[in-house]
Design a protein around this ligand. Structure first.
Ligand SMILES: Cc1ncc(COP(=O)(O)O)c(C=O)c1O
Length: 353
């Protein structure tokens, strides 16, 4: 697949400099077509009977295999969720943390992780996103490290494998800004979340959770079809593997749409995305912007704008057809640079500043 062929899959890029995949990625025509096929089938044949259920369950298995392959995990370690937030909630519901337990996290986590941490009942210890500070915050009461692989604020990459190796603690990694943007190997990490709608360009309400040892995490949020058997009193026997954590039904349209989206990704995606993100940083710096440049960085590019001006700044760019994000209250504006981003997109960004 050439760059032109890859980019041409996304109609939105014909009109907008769409620098928005950190929130929701562009949709490929094939993704929407795959969803339409499923919806038409449902319309025509209904959504009942064994053929329907067997078909959707088979789609789930295919997707489990394909998503697992993205991060080096076998299908038996993959639960299909509707979001990263879902994945974080599933893990925390199963860990049974209480007020005597501590979880170490960073100042730069998204609510999708920090919200579930807060709700877990554990003491949440928040430190700046630096490896030595994270390690220093560990005490004998620490039960979990919970961190993003790529920070949503600045695109900084955290050394999650090193932190796991150094502390030996269970680690929950928020992969919302990593999977599809940079190469990821989830092996050796206890829990790794994936968002389907961002860098994988899948439909909304798709995602996954990779659990290294599914039998060691309690099923804290059971769903009906994800258990092997259940009793009238609610007792249940979980299915083998991580499918026991599947939080609910996902439509055939979403499953097929995400599968099509995965197929639309070229092999060269990570090198090109990294290269374009560097070009974006350089272009913004040349234009006089105060760009945040972490030493280890991914495909999110942030620059400082006075907090009270950032909303108007983003609205002005949007009016010029350039879609970036205001990181509310943080005094940062963020561009998400994908493998599909062109030099023309970056020129439009600079021209609109
Ligand atoms: C780092 C991070 N975590 C979690 C989320 C929430 O993702 P989801 O909508 O898949 O729950 C986001 C979304 O913006 C994010 O940037």
């Amino acid at each position: 697949m050439t760059f032109e062929e890859g980019r041409a899959q996304f109609p939105v890029l014909e009109q907008l400099a769409y620098l928005q995949a950190g929130s929701v990625g562009p949709l490929a025509r094939a993704t929407i077509e795959a969803m339409h096929v499923e919806e038409e089938r449902n319309l025509r044949d209904g959504r009942a009977g064994m053929p329907y259920f067997e078909r959707v369950l088979a789609l789930r298995d295919e997707l489990r295999r394909e998503i697992g392959a993205l991060v080096g995990a076998g299908p038996e370690l993959v639960a299909l969720t509707t979001s990263t937030t879902d994945g974080c909630n599933i893990v925390l519901a199963g860990l049974d943390l209480g007020p005597d337990d501590e979880v170490v996290t960073t100042t730069d986590e998204h609510f999708g992780l920090i919200g579930p941490l807060h709700a877990s009942g554990a003491k949440v210890v928040v430190v700046p996103p630096e490896p030595d500070q994270i390690v220093s915050a560990v005490t004998p009461r620490t039960r979990l490290l919970a961190l993003s692989h790529v920070l949503w604020t600045t695109g900084q990459v955290l050394v999650v494998h090193d932190l796991k190796a150094h502390t030996g603690l269970p680690i929950l990694v928020d992969g919302a800004q990593s999977v599809g943007a940079i190469p990821v190997d989830a092996r050796g990490l206890d829990f790794y979340t994936i968002s389907g709608q961002k860098w994988l360009c899948g439909p909304e309400a798709t995602g996954a959770l990779v659990v290294a040892e599914p039998e060691r995490l309690r099923v804290g949020r059971p769903s009906y079809f994800a258990q092997q058997e259940h009793q009238p009193n609610g007792a249940f026997v979980p299915k083998p593997g991580a499918s026991r954590f599947d939080p609910g039904w996902i439509s055939a349209a979403q499953l097929s749409g995400l599968r099509a989206a995965l197929e639309a990704q070229p092999e060269w995606r990570f090198t090109r995305a990294a290269e374009m993100a560097e070009r974006c940083r350089a272009a913004l710096q040349d234009a006089g912007m105060d760009v945040v440049v972490p030493s280890d960085r991914a495909t999110l590019v942030s620059w400082r704008v006075p907090a009270e001006e950032s909303a108007a700044f983003v609205a002005r760019l949007s009016a010029a057809g350039v879609i970036v994000r205001d990181l509310l209250g943080r005094g940062l504006v963020r561009a998400s640079v994908g493998w599909w981003t062109s030099d023309d997109d970056l020129e439009r960004l600079v021209a609109a500043l």
